[in-house]
Design a protein around this ligand. Sequence first.
Ligand code: NAD
Length: 527
Amino acid sequence: ATLWNADTPDAAEALLQTTAAKPLRLQNFVGNEFYKASSSVDALESFNPRTGKVLVHVPSSSAADVDQAVDAAAAAFPSWSRTPRQERARLLQKVAHLIQENKNLFAVWESIDQGKTLARAEAEVDRAATNFRYGLVAPDSPLYAVTKNFGLTPPNTATNSYFAQFILHEEGTVRYVDGESPVMAYEHRSPAGVFGLITPWNMPLYLLTWKIAPCLAFGCVAVAKPSEVTSVTAFLLCEIFRQAKLPPGVINMVFGKGATAGSALVTSPKVRGVSFTGGVGTGIRIRQDTAADVGKHISLELGGKNPNLIFEDVEMGKAVRLAARAAFENTGQICLCGSRIYIHRSRYEEFLPAFVGYVKHNYICGGTLGPVVSREHYSKIRSYLALAQKESATFHLGSVPEEDPQGGYWIPPVVLTGLSQESRVIQEEIFGPVVTVSTFETEDEAIALANDNANGLAAVVMTNDVSRMRRVGERIDAGLVWANCWLVRELGTSFGGLKASGVGREGGVHSREVFTNLRTVHVPSSW
Ligand code: NAD
C-alpha cells in the first residue's frame, strides 16, 4: 500500500532503491483483495533488465489459484452484465482518471521493469488511460482532405463507438419476415461471460488495458494473467481498480507462468473466452488446448515479421527517420516493428549509409534505446545474430553480442545486408534491435517479397504516389498497413493479423465481436 505515496519519478526511484535490497513481492488480486498465491514459496524471480539483478518476486500461481479467481469472476458476472452501461462507463472513466493521476508511478515502474525508455513508458501509460476512455477525432479533422484524395467517404462521427462512453449493448436491426404469418426478427447481443486475458512483456500495461477495458465495457468479467517477465504495472493497476471501486470479482489478476497459470486459465470450462496477445507458438498451443471447447471465444494477436517497402520516389531524409523508428522503437520489441526493409535498387546506395549513420548517431544504448527485456530474450536474439554471421551477412552496425552479459541485457542496434530471402534471420521474428536491408526492382517484386513470410501483422509503404499507396498497401498480407507513417492507431479500427499473426480482430465494434454473444430473436405478429 505504501506504493501509493510514490507519485513522482524521484519517489519511485527511492522506492526502487529500497526494493533493490528487498525485492518487491507481488500478490494475486481476487475479489478486490490481495492474496498470496498458494504456491508462493515457489515465487518467480523477475530481473531488472538494466542491471540483471532481481527486481520483484512474482507469484507462481497454481491451477487452484486460477480456479479461485475464475470463481470470483463467475460470481460477479450476473450483476456486472446487467449493470447499466452508463454505470460501467462511469467506473471505466474513473479507472482512466486514476491511471492518469498516477502516471509517473506507472511510467517509472514500466521503464524499470521492461527496460523501455521513460519517454516511451509515459506514452504507453497515456495510451493505457485512453484505452479506458477511448474516444474519436473531432469532425473538423484536417484528415478530411486526405480521405477525399483516397476516394473514400469521410467518417460519420455519429456512428463512432467509444469503449467507455456508449457501451455497446445494441439490439441490432429489426427485420420483417413476410409470409402467411409475418414475423419480426431482431438481433440481440449479450456479454459472453468470464474471459481469460493473457498478455506479453513488451508493452505490459498498454496491452493489458487494451483487453481489460473493452472486456469490462461490454459487460464481461475477467481473470487477467500478465507476463511473468513484467508484472509490476499490472499489480499497481489492481490497486487502481480497488480505488475506483469496481465491484469485487469483476476484474481479477493472477500472476505466474504461462505453462501453469496461463494454461489453467485458458482451459477452465468456466472461462467462456480468451483474448491472448503473445507469440505465434503460444497462440497455436492455446488454440490446440481449447479446441474441444468449441464455443469458446478465441482472439489471438500474435507475432509479426513486418516488411517496410521504400519506393524510388521518397524523400530520403524522411524515409531514413521513419525506417529507423519503425525498426528500433522499444529496442525493436514491438510486434509492429518493421524489421525487414526492402528498398528500390536505384536508391539503395544512397539509403544504406544514410540509414546506418542516422541509427549510429540517434539510437544509443542507455539513451534512446533500453536493454532487451530478459536474459532468455538476449540469448534468443544473440542466436539469430550468430546465424547471420554464419551465413556471412554484412554487419553495417552492431555485432554478435557476448554470450554471457554482465550488468544488464544490452544489445546495440544491428543493421544487416547480404542475407538470402530464405534465411531464418529474414523469415522469423527476432523481436530485437535487428533490421535487414534488401532491394527490389519492381512494384510486383516488392509485394512478393513482403508477402513471402508466414506472418502477416503489419507493413509500411513509403512512397509519394497516392495511387501506389493504395495499390501496394491493399495487396500486402498484413492486418495493418501504414503509408508514410507508423504505429498510428485509431482505436475503433480493427487490430489484428493475417496468416500466422492471429485470428480475430480487436478495436471498437471488432472487440464487441470478441466479448459478446449474438443471437437472433423471432417474434410473430400474432400468436
Ligand atoms: P509468449 O507467447 O511467450 O507469452 C505471452 C503470454 O502467454 C505470457 O503471459 C505467458 O505467460 C503466456 N503463456 C505462455 N504459455 C502459455 C500457455 N501454454 N497457455 C496460456 N498462456 C501461456 O510471448 P512473449 O514472449 O511474452 O511476447 C512476445 C511476443 O508477443 C512476440 O511474438 C510479439 O510479436 C507478440 N506480440 C504481439 C502483439 C500483437 O498485438 N499482435 C503485441 C505485442 C506482442
